[in-house]
Design a protein around this ligand. Structure first.
Ligand code: PMP
Length: 516
């Protein structure tokens, strides 16, 4: 019925054959035509919006059975992973192209979670794939003890996206490694030890960064890095203070306040909490403060607009350096700016990044000032894989693609549209407590009711989550109580995709309410 091929060529594949579908088959538009595929949905296709076109036809899956994969998962994969599949009925992914994923049965999903906010420019993006293919034929690996062009081309390109004096780059392989290194650098440079972090944050799973991570779901009963102290997260929806124009988002909270324009009582209160932490929990001199511009795993939590500015000032007065964890918010995702911190009009002393940097390929980085970097010369820092030619070629192509395809602007346009529409659902349904975010870093916080703001129970969250997936869309979950849906898609999604998702999300909410 259609040409089968890899998605690189399938993008341009022509179509032949009929497109009137028999019962039980769903019509999918493809290129200039349409195809019939066995409907994998438990819903009648008529109940669903039409899935937007995708000019890619996945290869037929001929690999191991689902049962065998689950058996191996139980027996040979790490015990925590073997218990978790995210969904009750797991998704077995086989292939991806841009914002689309296909499971082993050929069912297509709109991917609004991007492998946990990681696939920035699109699954198997043709340009990035071509750059990887070109480099893999030339040279995969050599360490940075040698001078190779891809590393230098990339470092120059990445540095050019950051303001002065953030110009010295340490490449690593993961976000945890980057934050680990940032902690070390902060301590070496300042000669102090204590680092302050926001509650609800996730900064990594290594033993050092677990000290920063302030969400008990990710903490083990072992000694993690000492000297990490959490302060109250300035969450203007769930926290004790918040109002009607606190945050930098197209959608404000449902709370009201009487603050005059340019004044934010909530900010003063949260900064007061930070001062309390300084007064009670850390020595008078500290090594640093780390926070994400928008808290990702915490559920796209946003702070009052001036929080970073005021917090950075207080931290620096105590000898500390300010670290922006941009693992989720960078590379245009936040829409208004390339880097999340730019939305707060501050310049951190150090920026850490991972995930979107390589569109899914393992690479991460710490960027800092020449002055801070100089303190690292006391010993030899070595990392075998960091800055490999392959990783650098891929990351370099990601930067080009974000620019060439206007993905930051797309993130702003499509994200703003999505949040504005989601806010209408929030106004309609008592269990949608908050819609927030910037660009394509979006959170939808679910509550039992808007008055108590008690988090919607995990079972209820799972039901809605599973339903959305069954109807063809993958989203994420987060929040300290697992109460927030996270929407962090590849930056290439379109308004048409949003129009496909919204009725599905609403239907899942209605289905849940009907079952209650
Ligand atoms: N920081 C943030 C904000 C993250 O979201 C994550 C991962 N979810 C990390 C750090 C750690 O990154 P990695 O999983 O690559 O170690």
């Amino acid at each position: 019925m259609y040409k089968v091929g890899s998605c690189l060529s399938g993008r341009y594949a022509g179509l032949t054959g009929p497109f009137c579908c028999s019962p039980g088959w769903a019509k999918f538009h493809l290129g200039s035509g349409a195809v019939c595929q066995k409907s994998a949905f438990k819903y009648r296709p008529a109940d669903l919006p039409q899935m937007p076109q995708c000019n890619c036809k996945p290869e037929e899956y001929k690999g191991m059975s689902k049962e065998r994969m689950m058996e191996i998962r139980r027996q040979n994969c790490n015990p925590v992973t073997s218990k978790i599949t995210f969904y009750k009925k797991p998704v077995f992914i086989n292939q991806g192209y841009m914002q689309w994923l296909w499971d082993v049965d050929g069912k297509r999903y709109l991917d609004l979670f991007a492998g946990v906010a990681t696939v920035s420019v699109g699954h198997c993006h043709p340009k990035v794939t071509a750059a990887a293919e070109k480099q893999i034929r030339r040279l995969w690996h050599t360490t940075n003890i040698y001078v190779h062009p891809t590393l230098h081309e990339y470092c120059e390109k990445l540095a050019s996206t950051l303001p002065d004096p953030l110009k010295v780059i340490y490449l690593t392989n993961s976000g945890s490694e980057a934050n680990d290194l940032a902690m070390l650098l902060a301590r070496l440079y300042t000669g102090n030890y204590d680092i302050i972090t926001l509650r609800g944050s996730y900064h990594g799973g290594s033993q050092q960064t677990m000290g920063l991570t302030s969400n008990s779901a990710y903490k083990y009963p072992v000694a993690t890095s000492s000297g990490c102290t959490s302060t109250m997260c300035p969450d203007v929806f769930r926290g004790p203070w918040g109002g009607s124009h606190c945050r930098d988002s197209p959608v404000q909270t449902i709370r009201e306040c009487s603050c005059a324009q340019g004044h934010c009582m909530a900010n003063e209160q949260y900064i007061g909490q930070l001062k309390e932490t300084f007064a009670t929990s850390v020595p008078s001199r500290i090594a640093g403060f780390i926070a994400e511009p928008i808290q990702g795993m915490g559920g796209a939590v946003q702070y009052p607009k001036n929080y970073f500015k005021d917090a950075y000032k207080l931290v620096r007065e105590r000898g500390g350096i300010c670290i922006a964890d941009e693992v989720q918010t960078a590379f245009g995702r936040a829409g208004s700016h390339f880097w999340g911190f730019q939305g707060y009009d501050v310049i951190p002393d150090m920026v850490t990044m991972a995930k979107g940097i390589g569109n899914g390929f393992p690479i991460a980085a710490v960027v800092t000032t020449p002055e801070i970097a100089a303190s690292f010369g006391k010993a030899f820092h070595f990392n075998t894989f960091a800055g490999s030619p392959l990783a650098c070629a891929i990351a370099s192509s990601v930067l080009d693609t974000v620019k060439e395809e206007g993905l930051q602007q797309n993130s702003l346009n499509v994200g703003t549209y999505m949040m504005t529409e989601l806010a209408k659902l929030r106004d309609k349904y008592e269990i949608i407590g908050d819609v927030r975010g910037k660009g394509l870093q979006i959170g939808v916080e679910m509550v039992k009711d808007k008055v108590s703001k008690d988090p919607l129970a995990p079972e209820a969250m799972s039901e809605i989550f599973e339903d959305v997936k069954d109807m063809g869309v993958l989203i994420g979950k987060g929040g300290v109580y697992g109460q927030t849906f996270r929407i962090q898609p590849p930056l290439c999604i379109t308004k048409e995709d949003v129009d496909f998702f919204l009725p599905i999300f609403e239907k899942a909410i209605q289905n849940y309410m009907d079952r209650k």
